[in-house]
Design a protein around this ligand. Structure first.
Ligand SMILES: *Cc1c(COP(=O)(O)O)cnc(C)c1O
Length: 388
């Protein structure tokens, strides 16, 4: 049986007619950049997320870069972020000649450890970027409390977290000062190319974001500040408008798949449950924490990824590949061990939890259209590997 890591053609098939019509409508309008498609899309995202302002931008990376430019991050400034995330989270800080300062992640949620964030604060710190990694919200109450006490701005990297809710039900990306989303095609809500969104509840920040999205001219061609070309295409907005009403249904399917994996791994005797952090005879596969199973907590994990940690990962991955199961390693190298950050002076051993995650993590197929026999086959193949 073939189980790809992701198959976005299945989603396209299910909405083909509406999507094709939306694309043709843009072609007929010949209005390609920003304009009415983008502004109606922005309103729909404000409604969905429950935030005051949403701006379509050119990618998730540009959303982060624009957010940092909007708060005037300058050379010499420090921005704290988790060492274990997608490269963009750190790259944008360096692109403004500011210094990314790395913090350790929590071993269960894979999100930034608020205590380590606090330890890393200096007189030069201007902002923190919590990442809602794999689709589960970071511990925002603690992060915001610490940030407020030190006058820091909170920029949420919600690129993997469209539809994620924090434990109190608020949407990821609407809790800090600015939220940044990505619509890269493989994200939970993907467009037809690159696309992203910045959100804020702050009117002043919204004004600056709007001006800096288009080179910083206000009025046009008169520049008090420098921005960039961070505009979103009408085509992407039209596609996103078709897809957004289906997002919750897709998230639910991902959560069901995650629950099913967890049950199957338990039944197979490979894992006792979620949240374990050490391997032993009963825990050959460490499962992601599924906090949503508690009825009192609203923490809504949207499973952009379902990540297990396993010993002998590379051998297991090869075995899965041979059996036609797609997997990926998100991410093999934490920032503090990336060559481009050598001059920041970190070394191996600085962040043991993130290094463990980088060595042991494996992403399994979790997309909404998976069939039950495919999930069963994945876990059966794990069983074969561990019992051979
Ligand atoms: C995907 C992603 C980004 C970047 O988004 P793009 O749209 O690909 O530029 C940033 N941060 C995280 C955590 C991501 O997963």
């Amino acid at each position: 049986m073939r189980v790809p890591l992701l198959d976005i053609k299945l989603q396209y098939q299910s909405l083909k007619k509406e999507l094709d019509e939306a694309v043709i409508k843009v072609a007929e309008s010949q209005h390609f950049i920003l304009g009415p498609e983008v502004s109606t899309m922005e309103k729909e995202f404000c409604n969905y997320l429950g935030c005051k302002h949403a701006l379509g931008v050119s990618s998730g990376t540009d959303a982060l870069l624009l957010a940092l430019m909007a708060i005037d991050i300058k050379p010499g400034d420090e921005v704290i972020l988790p060492t274990y995330s997608f490269f963009a989270t750190a790259g944008v800080v360096s692109r403004l000649f500011a210094t990314p300062v790395f913090a350790e992640n929590d071993p269960v949620t894979f999100n930034i450890d608020p205590k380590d964030f606090e330890r890393k604060i200096t007189a030069k710190t201007k902002a923190v970027i919590p990442v809602h990694l794999y689709g589960q919200s970071a511990e925002m109450d603690e992060i915001i409390k610490i940030a407020k006490a030190h006058n820091l701005i909170v920029i949420e990297d919600a690129a993997q977290a469209i539809g994620t809710q924090y434990k109190d039900g608020r949407y990821a990306g609407t809790i800090g000062d600015i939220g940044c989303f990505s619509f890269f095609p493989s994200k939970n809500l993907g467009c037809y190319g690159d696309g992203g969104l910045v959100t804020t509840n702050n009117d002043e920040l919204a004004k600056v974001l709007t001006i800096k999205r288009v080179h910083g001219g206000e009025p046009k061609y008169y520049h008090k500040v420098i921005g960039g070309n961070f505009r979103l295409d009408a085509l992407q907005a039209a596609v996103l408008k078709v897809k957004l009403p289906h997002l919750d249904k897709w998230s639910e399917k991902r959560r069901q798949n995650a629950n099913r994996y967890t049950q199957l791994f338990k039944d197979a005797g490979l894992a006792e449950g979620t949240g374990k952090t050490t391997f032993d005879s009963k825990n050959k596969v460490l499962l992601p924490e599924a906090i949503f199973q508690s009825s009192k907590v609203k923490n809504y994990h949207i499973y952009n990824q379902y990540i297990v940690r396993v010993e002998n990962r590379d051998a297991l991955r090869e075995f899965l590949t041979k059996n036609e199961i797609g997997t990926e390693i998100y991410y093999p190298v934490p920032f503090h061990l990336q060559e481009c950050f050598n001059d920041l002076g970190y070394k191996k051993g600085n962040f043991p939890i993130s290094e463990f995650a980088a060595d042991k993590s494996l992403a399994l197929p979790i997309f909404p259209e998976l069939e039950d026999d495919q999930l069963v086959y994945v876990v059966d193949t794990f069983k074969k590997f561990f019992n051979q």
